[in-house]
Design a protein around this ligand. Structure first.
Ligand code: AMP
Length: 444
């Protein structure tokens, strides 16, 4: 049996060592197991809660996507997408909001921390608290439940939100399930082996504290400069250091083999100076990060290559989220007109299931149009980019096949930007035109 594992990173800044060691590296290792079905995403809706700088959010989305790929993620094996490319997430978020008791959200850590800070300062308890911040555990529940993830790797501080997701899922299942459980109950997966990395000042490395060591941004120089700024005690070279209270050692250990870590520990105990210790930390990190940085820089120089991967990921993800959302809409009473209409119910249901399906083969992108009975009515030639295949599908839907075709020597040649993407007999073209017409009619 496979276990579906889901994890996301908020796109509010450049990825740092903590993101890599605490989330990306273990997630990629996990995704290589044959019994794991991994879903990894850029949490860009979440970013809007904390960051009102559009340029930063946009850049961070690219940087985080490039980081996952540069770190060895195989987008063919996992489902890799941007949260905002899955509109079912926000639709589900609303449905879940409508069954979530406000009292449950009152107890969420992030909200309570803001209230406590305000109270301490003598401000209004809700000063500066947006609805996004207040209800973000519901959005997080939607991220998880829309794909029915079994396990969500999190730090200890996030366990509460997983419990909330379970509560909300249970409530929805109970209210609307009629014996059918729409949602599996997700579990938090806390890995004690995965260290929480300290930042430059010794607090948890975090974008919120502005104490991060960037993974790639600024290249090897920025990495070195940041490492040199890590706070240490004032013990001189030659004086024994306590590795267990040292942030330099904590960072070193998170990237070193056990043998390297033991040797470094011994050197500190024997009086290694902080300057030399930091140089050793830099050399270790550079040996790991350097090769990945090259790939990262290539990707950042060609954002369309990232976009293609993400579009393909979104298509893959939406097959699941779309199906579940159809069932959920039905369950809450937001039914498609066809199923509540009397006459023509059967025909409409049949036509509704005719569909465009895109797929990837040998690294290229195709699509086909299937009839309600699953018969292939049209198969496209290969496109290099999924967005091209998507644009052609959209044009076909909007304009119909005749508008894209030329009839020559008894055959219809459908073209897009000067390239033939499909050849159909007159009879086949009529069948495609009928189905496209019905699909459009149905969507109205
Ligand atoms: P965030 O950027 O807060 O969305 O975090 C994304 C992921 O990186 C989460 O899984 C965090 O647990 C992980 N992470 C963030 N900061 C650290 C850190 N200092 N040490 C270890 N993991 C971290």
């Amino acid at each position: 049996m496979t276990t579906r594992v889901l994890t996301g990173i908020t796109t509010t800044g450049t990825p740092h060592l903590g993101n890599y060691a605490g989330a990306i590296r273990p997630a990629i290792e996990l995704s290589r197991q044959s019994d794991v079905d991994a879903f990894f995403f850029m949490a860009d809706y979440h970013a809007l809660i904390k960051c009102e700088d559009p340029e930063r959010v946009a850049r961070s989305r690219l940087e985080i996507a490039a980081t996952w790929i540069a770190a060895g993620l195989d987008p063919e094996k996992v489902t890799f997408y941007r949260q905002s490319d899955i509109p079912e997430t926000t639709e589900l978020c609303w449905m879940l909001s409508c069954v979530t008791p406000k009292g449950l959200m009152n107890r969420a850590h992030a909200y309570k921390a803001s209230v406590d800070q305000n109270t301490e300062k003598g401000e209004d308890p809700d000063d500066g608290v947006t609805m996004g911040l207040f209800s973000y555990p519901v959005l997080m529940a939607a991220d998880i439940l829309i794909f029915n993830a079994n396990k969500v790797p999190v730090g200890r501080d996030q366990i509460q939100h997983l419990e909330m997701a379970r509560d909300i899922a249970q409530r929805f299942n109970h209210l609307y399930g009629k014996g059918e459980a729409f949602f599996v109950l997700p579990e938090a997966q806390v890995d004690d082996e995965v260290a929480t990395l300290p930042g430059l000042d010794g607090r948890k490395m975090s974008k919120s504290y502005d104490n991060t060591i960037p993974l790639f941004e600024g290249g090897s120089k920025a990495l070195r400069d940041a490492i040199m700024r890590i706070v240490t005690d004032s013990r001189e070279p030659g004086v024994s250091k306590d590795p267990d209270s040292s942030h330099v050692f904590a960072l070193y250990r998170a990237f070193a083999t056990p043998d390297q870590a033991s040797a470094f520990r011994r050197s500190l105990e024997e009086g290694l100076g902080w300057g030399e210790a930091k140089t050793q930390l830099y050399e270790l990190l550079e040996s790991i990060i350097g090769p990945m940085r090259e790939k990262y820089n290539q990707l950042m120089a060609d954002p369309s290559s990232i976009e293609s991967i993400l579009q393909a990921g979104a298509l893959k993800a939406r097959k699941q989220s779309g199906d579940l959302m159809t069932r959920l809409r039905e369950a809450v009473g937001l039914r498609a007109p066809a199923s509540s209409a009397g006459d023509g119910k059967k025909d409409k249901a049949k036509i509704r299931s005719a569909r465009f399906v895109s797929f990837r083969e040998n690294g290229k992108f195709h699509f086909r149009l299937l009839s309600a009975q699953g018969e292939e009515l049209l198969l496209s030639e290969a496109f290099d980019q999924p967005k091209d295949a998507g644009q052609v599908m959209a044009a076909l839907k909007q304009q119909g096949p005749r508008a894209l075709g030329q009839f020559q020597e008894g055959i219809w040649q459908l073209t897009w930007q000067g390239q033939i993407f499909c050849r159909l007999s007159d009879e086949q073209l009529k069948a495609v035109a009928d189905v496209v017409h019905q699909l459009n009619h149905d969507a109205e």
